[in-house]
Ligand binder design. Structure first.
Ligand code: ASP
Length: 406
């Protein structure tokens, strides 16, 4: 590899910073490089489906038998559900203390129909999205949840067919290895890709002056979300220290993935790097293959926190009081809405309709927070990916010891 790991971290960091500075000062001029960023993003997306198929099936079969899958699956889901709930709680606490929406003068801008039209998103749709009648079309639309469910079932069934299974298991193990190799190659282009993605996006919204205007309008809300996300990031770090055998060096190892999450605003597109970094950090392969693909699809701590803050902010701006009962509803629905959000840019904005509808809030309220959403998306995606990575490290400690690692 032409870059050492440390140099690559520094290069990605500098590239992200340079992207912000160039996009800020040169504005729309930087749109000229956006296509290179999209190319990098496409290279990452290209790997998602084969990577997930190889990783999840090989991860499940490496657990041995279905009963062990159940145990590891329960720990994984318990970790994801409880950290997401903690994130919503932190969001609610911070927004109740700061009250960013009180007394702001607002003008609700027009919001695109693609957002308001999605009123039908509900709990039933969330459950239905677990199964797709056509796995090929799900793959071609990058609907990861039904793919993962299929691979979990496929892997579980594969462990039960006796001697014949080994050729097929080898195939998926090897597929996973090959995909990891490809990730390593693509990672070398991350500095250029991140620079172009960030500079292009900052340029697209009009550069520094336009961003400053947006921040002045809803700065209180923006910083409330940032404070909440920072608190949750630290909480996850504490969880990492207490519930896994890892610490600071794990955060450092994951930096490439976290910076890519910031650059792409997509936890699915970042998944290949998250897996690669966790493996390099020495996390058990079984945990990486099993926990991370599920996490990138359903575990969105940052999104959950942001949805709770956003809905409370909109209520405050409209002068609607949210009592204890409503906040409990926000707590439950924001957790579910975050699980339902896809790991793609601004997916959380759409699933937030579930929360708004649940507490009878006007959906146009989303217009209030639209302008800064692209920027907050990058921060919350970073926290989403950090949550997944800590999950892999925590679940690793609960893997059955009697199984020999592959
Ligand atoms: N962009 C986020 C992610 O990919 C989802 C969201 O909050 O919109 O994790």
């Amino acid at each position: 590899m032409p870059f050492s790991e440390n140099k690559l971290v520094v290069a990605i960091f500098v590239a992200g910073l340079a992207g912000i500075i160039c996009g800020w000062f040169f504005g729309p001029v930087m749109l000229a490089v956006a296509w290179l960023g999209d190319l990098f993003l496409d290279a990452l997306k290209m790997m998602i489906i084969p990577l997930i198929v190889g990783a999840v099936i090989s991860g499940v079969t490496s657990l041995g038998d279905i009963r062990k899958l159940g145990k590891v699956g329960s720990v994984t889901l318990l970790y994801y559900a409880s950290t997401t709930a903690c994130a919503v709680l932190i969001g609610l606490i911070v927004v109740n203390i700061i009250q960013p929406g009180n007394g702001i003068s607002y003008q609700v801008p027009l919001i695109s129909e693609s957002i308001t039209d999605r009123n039908s998103v509900g709990i039933t749709e969330l459950v239905q999205s677990l199964i797709s009648p056509n796995i090929i079309s799900a793959a071609s639309n990058t609907q990861l949840l039904p793919i993962i469910v299929f691979c979990l079932l496929f892997g579980a069934a594969l462990t039960t067919i006796g001697e014949k299974k080994s050729a097929m298991i080898n195939f998926f193990d090897n597929l996973n290895e090959v995909m990891m190799k490809l990730v390593m190659w693509v990672m070398v282009f991350a500095p250029v890709g991140i620079f172009c993605l960030v500079a292009g996006q900052f340029g697209k919204v009009g550069g520094g002056a336009a961003i400053t205007n947006e921040l002045v309008a809803v700065g209180g809300y923006f910083f409330t979300v940032i404070i909440g996300l920072t608190c949750h990031f630290l909480l996850l770090f504490i969880i990492l220290i207490f519930l896994s055998k890892r610490g600071r060096e794990y955060l450092f190892k994951l930096l490439r993935a976290l910076l890519t999450a910031f650059g792409t605003a997509s936890s699915s597109a970042t998944l290949p790097l998250t897996m690669k970094c966790s493996l390099e950090a020495g996390v058990d392969k079984r945990s990486v293959k099993f926990v991370l693909p599920i996490g990138a699809t359903i575990n969105m701590d940052g999104t959950a926190l942001y949805e709770a803050v956003a809905v409370m902010f909109i209520a405050q701006a409209y002068g609607i009081t949210m009592g204890m009962g409503e906040q409990v509803i926000i707590f439950i629905t924001a957790t579910l809405a975050a699980i339902g959000a896809a790991g793609i840019p601004q997916a959380g904005l759409v699933t937030m309709l579930i929360v708004l509808n649940a507490v009878n809030m006007p959906t146009e309220g989303i217009g209030l927070i639209l302008a800064v959403d692209w920027l907050l998306d990058r921060f919350r995606t970073t926290v989403n990916v950090w949550g997944d990575s800590v999950g892999a490290a925590v679940v690793e400690s609960y893997l059955p010891i009697e199984i020999t690692q592959k």
